[in-house]
Design a binder for this molecule. Structure first.
Ligand SMILES: [Ca+2]
Ligand SMILES: [Ca+2]
Ligand SMILES: [Ca+2]
Length: 329
């Protein structure tokens, strides 16, 4: 008798659990039909935060595809070559549950996208690969192959963030701070936000926000996207899928909107529905009366002073000569 009661109770618990578990609507691939207020949220978190004497290059190639595909990413770096500190490849996938894919970068096999994932939202997945050792310090084109191993899955685009020092001896290297927030954040109905911490505006010469977004579209009714920086309007319909089908890599000036402390980006969408893979804040500092060829490295501070020292010496020589001339008269 006791056994029967326990069995009935166990079945009842299982049935109850089946009906009370999370029932999340799965957004369709284009991301516009998930419904207002749908929260396949995901989030972005700070992955990298560094300051260096150098610069950041974002290179990308996009366009939604279900097939075997090769994107050729062209990286343009300063003449003379640079030292690469970090290079990260981002790939945006859909439906990997239904289709396996393999990835190579410049001919080098990379990890399975599942092992490189930094976040999922619904059936979307964002992968990040550290390719620092595979990126040289001179201009180059890097082929990224995304091959179908089985089934059917989508991939939206490839973006490469290269953080590099300036070449030694170059006067004019800006000192730059780079903060990369990344993950897989689904935005529609409910705004998506991400924040950059401990920002100081002191001596900041220029600030930029770079976003990498998949499944963005333009045209009514998908043109209602809005982007805000510290609650100040930045753009309307920036995620219009025009950098390649359903693919957006955009840059926004935020110099006049930067504030001390925490800076927050707000992604808004009512009908489009898109995935944010990366929000990157970069800002450069002015050291010398800017911009005398930008700002400079510590090694080069003296180098930049050299013309002024020469000028001062010439003025001193001139003044002395004039004094000697008048004394001799
Ligand atoms: Ca969309
Ligand atoms: Ca849009
Ligand atoms: Ca765009």
């Amino acid at each position: 008798m006791m056994g029967k009661i326990l069995l009935v109770f166990a079945v009842w618990v299982l049935v109850a659990l089946a009906f009370t578990g999370p029932v999340a609507a799965v957004p369709n691939e284009r991301g516009e039909d998930a419904g207002i207020g749908q929260t396949q949220a995901g989030s972005l978190t700070t992955f990298l935060n560094k300051t260096l004497y150098g610069d950041v290059v974002v290179a990308e190639a996009g366009g939604h595809t279900f097939s075997d595909f090769t994107w050729n990413i062209a990286v343009n770096l300063p003449d003379g070559g640079v030292t690469v500190q970090d290079a990260y490849l981002y790939l945006s996938f859909f439906g990997l549950d239904d289709g396996e894919r393999s990835v190579t970068f410049d001919g080098n096999p990379l990890d399975d996208p599942w092992d490189a994932q930094i976040g999922t939202a619904g059936t979307w997945l964002t992968a990040r690969y550290d390719v620092t050792n595979l990126v040289s310090g001179v201009d180059a084109i890097y082929p990224v192959d995304v091959n179908v191993e089985s089934g059917s899955s989508g991939v939206y685009g490839a973006a490469l963030i290269v953080i590099h020092e300036h070449p030694g001896g170059l006067v004019g290297a800006p000192k730059i701070r780079v903060i990369i927030n990344d993950g897989c954040m689904w935005v529609v109905g409910t705004d998506g936000t991400t924040s950059f911490q401990n920002v100081s505006t002191e001596n900041v010469f220029e600030a930029k926000l770079t976003t990498i977004v998949q499944a963005g579209e333009g045209g009514a009714p998908f043109n209602d996207d809005e982007l805000y920086f510290n609650n100040l309007w930045l753009a309307t319909d920036p995620f219009n899928g025009t950098e390649g089908s359903l693919w957006d890599v955009d840059e926004f000036g935020v110099t006049d909107k930067l504030q001390n402390g925490t800076n927050t980006v707000k992604f808004h969408s009512v009908t489009d529905g898109y995935i944010v893979d990366v929000a990157m804040l970069t800002y450069t500092y002015a050291w010398w009366p800017a911009p005398v060829g930008g700002t400079i490295t510590p090694v080069n501070k003296l180098a930049l002073l050299v013309p002024w020292i020469i000028l001062a010496v010439l003025i001193a020589i001139g003044a002395t000569s004039v004094a000697v001339y008048w004394r001799r008269r």
